[in-house]
Design a binder for this molecule. Structure first.
Ligand code: SAH
Ligand code: AVI
Length: 343
């Protein structure tokens, strides 16, 4: 049998045992749910990139615009020669804006999507030939060691895209605390957080007219079939998006359009029509909630930038939860960080 390169890679690539475990467990529990990090294989990362260019998907272009306006202020606040450690770097498109201003000593992109990570590092090292880059492939919610080469450098954690919103609050707090421990004393964090807004803006952002987000969601089933010898009838599933106003989150599900029976890794599963697999949460935060989240995660916000519509926040925080210094207060008393609007 002749195999194309893509089939060859899929056949001989090692299956991550954590993927197998999460899928088998996620399909067995009620309600069924698979962690969102598994949406990102090579194809999933490509589809996410396509999502970022959709007219309905406001977060990427909004954060990029905020970052472009704020980059020189951020560079002044963090000072020179930090190692920038990015959590969930993807194509690292926004990182280029930061790197152009920040005079970084090194860059460490961390991502679970290995092939995509390697490609983005090649492109980035062409754009920044003098910057030492140390990619780390892995799950940032697990224990990750940073490269020894950056051990002695002061660090800036960069966590853009509102990827923190893909974690439930207790998990987000745990991750922020783990990041603070990994990045060490004196480290800073620059984090993007998507704000609560009207459902008629949120829903289309996750259910676009061209069906790219649907393809991103359904790719999880293709991935299961490819990597875990699955027989999931992908055409029997619909992309389903909900806004939960109480939990302030978008939910993505895969809904069975009819009764289905399939196997994964030799195990049999049945779903009735209308039953769903929950594949992603995307939590949105109010301004105060975002600051409280950071404080719970062991960080003190010191500056915040937003856009004209106040759709998205980029927050700079330092390690520790001590109250902000007087110069950081913008109203002579309230312990809020200075907020600047980017236009
Ligand atoms: N930072 C980019 C990409 C955001 S998409 C941006 O702002 O546009 C989320 C990225 O995080 C993807 O590249 C995905 O592969 C990665 N990712 C998601 N969960 C992860 C995890 N648990 N560990 C490591 N990387 C993860
Ligand atoms: C990466 N993450 C912040 C995206 C989000 O908006 O929650 C993932 C995504 N899911 C569907 N569209 C985009």
């Amino acid at each position: 049998m002749l195999l194309c390169e893509y089939q060859r890679q899929s056949l001989f690539a090692e299956v991550d045992p954590a993927f197998r475990q999460d899928v088998l467990k996620g399909l067995s529990v009620s309600p069924r749910a698979i962690p969102a990090r598994w949406l990102y294989d090579g194809r999933g990362s490509e589809l996410f990139e396509a999502i970022t260019a959709l007219p309905e998907y406001y977060p990427t272009r909004t954060e990029r615009s905020i970052l472009s306006h704020a980059a020189s202020e951020i560079a002044a606040s963090i000072g020179p020669r930090r190692a920038i450690v990015e959590f969930g770097s993807g194509s690292a498109t926004k990182t280029r804006i930061l790197l152009s201003e920040a005079n970084a000593a090194a860059y460490v992109p961390i991502d679970i999507s290995g092939e995509f990570l390697r490609e983005s590092v090649v492109a980035l090292s062409r754009a920044f030939p003098d910057l030492p880059i140390f990619p780390v492939e892995g799950d940032f919610t697990g224990t990750l060691a940073l490269p020894e080469a950056i051990g002695g450098m002061p660090k800036l954690g960069f966590f853009p895209g509102s990827t923190v919103g893909n974690l439930l609050v207790p998990d987000a707090v745990d991750l922020l605390r783990a990041m603070a421990a990994t990045l060490g004393a004196g480290s800073m964090l620059l984090i993007g957080i998507d704000r609560i807004k009207d459902a008629d803006i949120l829903l289309p952002a996750y259910d676009d007219a061209q069906g790219v987000t649907a393809a991103f969601n359904l790719n999880l089933l293709h991935r299961i079939n490819r990597e875990l010898v699955g027989s999931v009838p992908v055409d029997a599933f619909n992309h389903l998006v909900r806004w939960d106003d109480v939990e302030a989150r978008i939910e993505m599900h895969l809904e069975a359009a009819r009764d289905v029976h399939f196997s994964v890794d030799g195990r049999l599963f049945s779903m009735t029509k209308g039953e769903t697999i929950h594949t992603e949460n995307s939590l949105k935060y109010g301004t105060r909630e975002a600051r409280l989240l950071l404080r719970a995660g062991g960080r003190s916000p010191i500056a915040e930038w937003t856009d004209q519509n106040e759709f998205f926040s980029l927050i700079l925080a330092r390690v520790g939860t001590a109250p902000p210094a007087l110069w950081e207060r913008n109203d002579g008393g309230a312990k809020a960080p200075a907020v600047r609007l980017s236009r």
